[in-house]
Write a protein that binds this ligand. Sequence first.
Ligand code: ADP
Ligand code: ADP
Ligand code: ZN
Length: 262
Amino acid sequence: MYTIILGAPGAGKGTQADILSQEMNLPHIASGDLFRQALEARAEFGLLAKSYMDKGELVPDEITIRMILERIDQSDCDSGSLLDGFPRTLHQAEVLDQALGKQGKSIDKAIYIEVPSEELVKRLSGRRLCRTCQTPYHIVNSPPKTPDRCDKCAGELYQRSDDREETVRNRLNIFFAQTLPILDYYKKQGKLIKVNGNQGIQDVTREMLSALKHQCQPEQSGEPLRFPSTGSGRASVAEFTLSEAKALPQNDIRGERRQNKW
Ligand code: ADP
Ligand code: ADP
Ligand code: ZN
């Protein structure tokens, strides 16, 4: 099962993908993490990517696509993966479909985590990441048990340089201009599911799991989505609504790990 997690910077893609990856027993593949790891390893494409990431711009498709296709070609992704941060352009989405299609595979669902812009800015400015395992924390919303240390691996927490306010604005604008239109691509394929990301972390997880497990009715492909024409920085995608997912009991979220039935 190949599932795409879509959302603006700060929407909670990494947070949710981490949890779902354990729940669904699938690898979490995050394009941003792969770039940061490549940079740490001083790989040439990591250094090249950094020049774009520092400005909050998208890394060119050619580099990004090659990196992701090589990653999902590894054997741990044979039965699927959770893609976080990729695709971010229509071209990336099309190439991904073609590449999976050649192997007789396809994307099952694209889940869009919707969060208002003001909240995104607050989340990004308080975000801290583990230098070792990349787990995201938030100084207010999701603090570590020990200050500046990762709960999972005791790694050091740091603030991403592109989470500074100037860069954040640029990243949000780029998201609304270049990435949001791909929602329509998945909607036309009948694969798009929208969840409310403006609620607690566990509630978002519950909604996402519920949508996936109950094979929630994806957004209908008839009417195309309408996007703000002015680049106001606010997505008015209110006209596509998720059929209300039945709430799962709390202990279903962090219950015993189940066999991979995805
Ligand atoms: P993304 O991968 O979409 O950029 P992250 O998962 O890194 O987003 O989350 C961005 C920040 O917001 C992190 O600091 C994270 O701890 C916090 N966060 C994630 N989900 C929520 C939520 N539902 N409510 C409040 N804060 C959240
Ligand atoms: P966030 O979690 O805030 O959404 P990411 O960690 O996913 O950010 O990405 C950080 C940066 O890496 C992006 O601003 C962009 O420069 C680059 N990047 C990540 N994924 C892609 C992609 N699919 N296409 C192009 N650039 C990407
Ligand atoms: Zn860690």
